[in-house]
Write a protein that binds this ligand. Structure first.
Ligand code: NAD
Length: 484
């Protein structure tokens, strides 16, 4: 199988915050991989823009070091790397001041797509948008890319949207949620809407429940004081888990296009019911053998911020009425694993006498590790001895299915940046989606704050607090094991 690389039009991509952690870790190594794949047109340029004073040569040296640290094997090819580095330029700029803007304006070319990646704190978004406009650096075809966190509540998200909308149309704004760039997430749509098999079963007549898990093994050390102002609900549920929930639950869009898909996702968020306190468990990790407790990591001994949350949510529409969706996410858990599991209902009647086991079909969609899907089906155990039934997975791990080409599958950032250049917003969040997600999240957080809710402690390396298991046990269900 040969992966196809579709060339994009030429571009100038300006990365504000081009010396920062995100740029060095993800954006620039990702662009390098697209360069290797042959997707970057011959005269496309990348312009780093940040506060530090440096010239092109110093910036190239910085990017070379970043690619050596965060790039893969491909960074060893020095000739290709040098060719890529020649595409890089740098301008020292102050988002809130005057410095650098005239110089940046002089660098822009008329004939190519202009894209501006705001890889800086959200408090600078409005300043950047305003200066791009004031210095006539952005035109009506320009695109801007913004990163999470997109607000910390509905009011701040609205303010960010307004700051951008003052100078850019919605069709120019690309809000990144890198979960949407993952191969499996897009495959989820392909599987749902490209096969006749699943869609007829994708409703409350056949689905018992759905689980979404995003588990990390790392703690918050290093960015603890930042994380402490946010917590798992703001940092993960409001954006990543909500996006996954939307894709799994949305109605079929009329076509795979930006507004059609985003309209359907928005309807899901609007159909989400308020969550009662008994349907949410918050947790905070304790000290373990290999690290301190959350409060120490967060440098806040009295912190009541959650590093884990599990919840049962309901979508009030015809398709999903009565089907619980269980979401959980946490730090310092037993494995790094992100998965969606669609658990189908039991057979109404079994013809296999003596078979007492509860066989259930289940489609599990793994985002990491080993991106892929498997469908659990019940078959006869091979060999003699009568009709014994076993459950086996029909496994589709992409790395196996694609063979050596799996390496060439672009990672989420690479794909999303190329979508920006192509002008395809399908995998980006629209402003109204983000606001609707905050409108659902805000009352939950407000309730914790007014009640002074204290998270339950959990052991590092576990599946979260005991209460999270009980959340499912009380309904006669179980979480899937978290496997790395
Ligand atoms: P960082 O602190 O490492 O880098 C910030 C960058 O912004 C630097 O290049 C700095 O020079 C530049 N900058 C700061 N103030 C400026 C100003 N006034 N004018 C011009 N440039 C200025 O931050 P980061 O980790 O790279 O994160 C950038 C954004 O991306 C943040 O909003 C962050 O929340 C978000 N984000 C980061 C990650 C990650 O993995 N690092 C992941 C998701 C989202």
């Amino acid at each position: 199988m040969v992966s196809r690389v579709i060339p994009v039009d030429s571009f100038d991509l300006v990365i504000f915050g081009g010396t920062g952690d995100l740029a060095r870790r993800k954006i620039l190594p990702g662009l390098f991989r697209r360069f290797i794949a042959g997707q970057m047109p011959a005269d496309a340029r990348i312009i780093g823009a940040a506060r530090s004073d440096m010239d092109d040569a110093a910036y190239r040296a910085m990017v070379e070091a970043a690619i050596a640290e965060f790039g893969g094997q491909e960074s060893k090819d020095t000739k290709t790397l040098q060719a890529f580095l020649e595409r890089l330029h740098y301008v020292a700029i102050d988002a809130t001041g005057k410095g650098g803007w005239t110089q940046l304006a002089a660098m822009m070319r008329d004939s190519v797509i202009r894209a501006f990646y705001f890889s800086v704190a959200p408090s600078l978004f409005a300043d950047l948008a305003q200066r791009l406009h004031q210095h006539k650096i952005a035109d009506r075809e320009s695109r801007i890319v913004v990163e999470k966190p997109f607000g910390r509540d509905l009011d701040s998200a609205r303010a960010l949207n307004e700051g951008l909308a003052a100078h850019f149309d919605e069709r120019q704004i690309y809000r990144i949620d890198h979960y949407l760039g993952k191969e499996t997430v897009q495959n989820l749509m392909a599987v749902r809407f490209g096969n006749v098999l699943f869609e007829p079963l994708w409703n409350n007549h056949y689905v018992d429940h759905i689980q979404i898990t995003v588990a990390e093994t790392v703690g918050v050390g290093g960015r603890g004081s930042y994380y402490d102002k946010s917590g798992a609900m703001r940092d993960m549920v409001q954006n990543h888990l909500m996006q996954l929930l939307c894709l799994i639950a949305m109605e079929p869009p009329a076509l795979f296009g930006a507004d059609a898909v985003r309209d359907e996702k928005l309807k899901v968020i609007r159909a989400l019911q308020p969550v009662e306190p008994e349907n949410i468990v918050r947790g905070q990790y304790e000290a373990g053998e290999d690290g301190p407790d959350y409060a120490t990591d967060a440098e806040n001994p009295r912190s009541t911020t959650e590093s884990f949350v599990a919840m049962q949510v309901e979508i009030a529409n015809w398709r999903w009425a009565g089907v619980p969706f269980y979401l959980r996410t946490g730090k310092r858990m037993k494995a790094r694993s992100s998965e969606i599991a669609v658990v189908f209902q039991d057979l109404g009647h079994s013809i296999f006498k003596g078979d007492k086991a509860r066989h259930r079909n289940m489609l599990s969609i793994r985002l990491q590790p080993n991106e892929g899907m498997d469908l659990q089906v019940t078959i006869k155990e091979p060999g003699p001895g009568g009709m014994r039934l076993i459950d086996v997975p029909l496994d589709m791990t992409f790395a196996d299915a694609l063979g050596p080409d799996a390496e060439a599958v672009p990672d989420a950032y690479e794909r999303l940046i190329m979508d920006v250049i192509r002008g395809d917003q399908t995998l980006f969040m629209r402003g109204d989606e983000v606001e609707a997600a905050w409108a659902w999240t805000d009352p939950i957080i407000h309730d914790w704050e007014t009640r002074g809710d204290v998270p339950k402690p959990y052991e590092p390396g576990s599946a979260g607090p005991e209460e999270a298991a009980i959340l499912m046990h009380r309904d006669g269900r179980r979480w899937r094991d978290i496997k790395g």
